[in-house]
Design a protein around this ligand. Structure first.
Ligand code: NAP
Length: 241
C-alpha cells in the first residue's frame, strides 16, 4: 500500500518540487494549495509526468478550510503518513528598519507561518496517528536560528528580516515542543532548512536550484524508526537553534 503524503503550499516552489520528488518515490501525494485552481493545475502538471497525485484546497490561515481538508483526506484515505508543512510567506518590507515593520506585517506573517502551521498539524494529528509511522516536516529557515543571529561572524548576521525570522524561530520552538509530546509514539516531527533556493520567495539570485531545495525535506519525510525527532537540519547537517 502506497504511503500518503500531504504538502501545503504545493502549487509552486519548494512545495511543488517536494510533491514531485515524493511522488517519484512511489508515494501518493496530496498537493494542497490555498487557491484551488492553482492546486489543480499543479496536480495536472505532475500527473502529466505519470505521477500519482491529487489536488486539495487548503488555506493554512483559515480554520474552516483546514477542517474541510482534514474531513476530505479522512473520508478518502482514512490516514496520513507524511505531512509537509511547507506553506509560508515573507512580507517584511526591506526598506524598513527592524523596529519599523508594522504590526500588520507581524500578525499576517505569524498567522501563516506559525499559527497556520500549528493549526494544520493539530488538525491532521489524528490521521497521522493512524499511520504506521507518521512523519511531520516543518519548513523553517536558517534565518530562524537565534544562535546565528546573535553571532556577528555568522553568514546570516546581517539578514534581519524580523517578522519572517522570528516566525521561523517560533516554528523551531514549536517543533521541539511537539517532538517532546511525540517522543514515545510512532510519529516524528523535524524542522528543515531547505537552503537559499531560487523560488518566488528566494529570488532569482538564490544559489540553490529548487530540485536541491526540496531534498532536505524529502529526506526527513522518509526517515525510519531510527531517524531523529525534534531536529533542525540542512542536507544532513545539524543547525544551531
Ligand atoms: P514560494 O515559492 O513563495 O511558495 C510559497 C507557497 O506557500 C505557495 O504555494 C503559496 O501559495 C503558499 N502559501 C502562502 N500562504 C499560504 C496559505 N495561507 N495557505 C496555503 N498556502 C499558502 O516559497 P518557497 O521558496 O517555495 O518556500 C517554501 C517554504 O520554504 C516556506 O515555508 C519558506 O519560508 C521556506 N524557505 C524558503 C527559502 C528559499 O530560499 N526559498 C529559504 C528558507 C526557507 P500562493 O501561490 O497561493 O501564494
Amino acid at each position: 500500500m502506497a504511503k500518503i503524503a500531504l504538502v501545503t503550499g504545493a502549487n509552486k516552489g519548494i512545495g511543488l518540487e517536494t510533491a514531485r520528488q515524493l511522488a517519484k518515490g512511489g508515494i501518493h501525494v496530496i498537493l494542497a494549495a490555498r487557491d484551488g485552481a492553482k492546486g489543480t493545475a499543479a496536480a495536472q502538471k505532475l500527473k502529466g509526468e505519470e505521477l500519482d497525485v491529487e489536488a486539495l484546497t487548503l488555506d493554512v490561515s483559515d480554520p474552516v478550510s483546514i477542517a474541510a481538508a482534514v474531513k476530505q483526506v479522512g473520508a478518502k484515505h482514512g490516514r496520513l503518513d507524511i505531512l509537509i508543512n511547507n506553506a509560508g510567506i515573507g512580507i517584511d518590507e526591506h526598506a524598513k528598519k527592524v523596529s519599523e515593520q508594522t504590526m500588520e506585517t507581524w500578525r499576517k506573517t505569524f498567522d501563516t507561518n506559525v499559527f497556520g502551521l500549528i493549526a494544520v498539524t493539530q488538525a491532521f494529528l489524528p490521521l497521522l496517528a493512524k499511520s504506521e509511522a507518521g512523519r511531520i516536516v516543518n519548513l523553517t529557515s536558517i534565518l530562524g536560528s537565534l544562535t546565528l543571529h546573535a553571532d556577528p561572524k555568522s553568514p546570516i548576521y546581517n539578514y534581519k528580516v524580523p517578522a519572517y525570522n522570528v516566525s521561523k524561530t517560533a516554528v523551531n520552538a514549536w517543533t521541539l515542543q511537539l517532538a517532546y509530546e511525540l517522543r514515545d509514539s510512532k510519529m516524528k516531527v523535524n524542522a528543515v532548512h531547505p537552503g537559499h533556493v531560487k523560488t518566488d520567495m528566494g529570488g532569482v539570485a538564490a544559489p540553490m536550484e529548487v530540485v536541491d531545495g526540496a531534498k532536505t525535506g524529502v529526506a526527513m519525510a522518509l526517515i525510519g524508526a531510527d531517524g531523529p525527532n525534534g531536529s533542525y537540519t540542512h542536507l544532513g547537517r545539524t543547525l544551531p537553534w
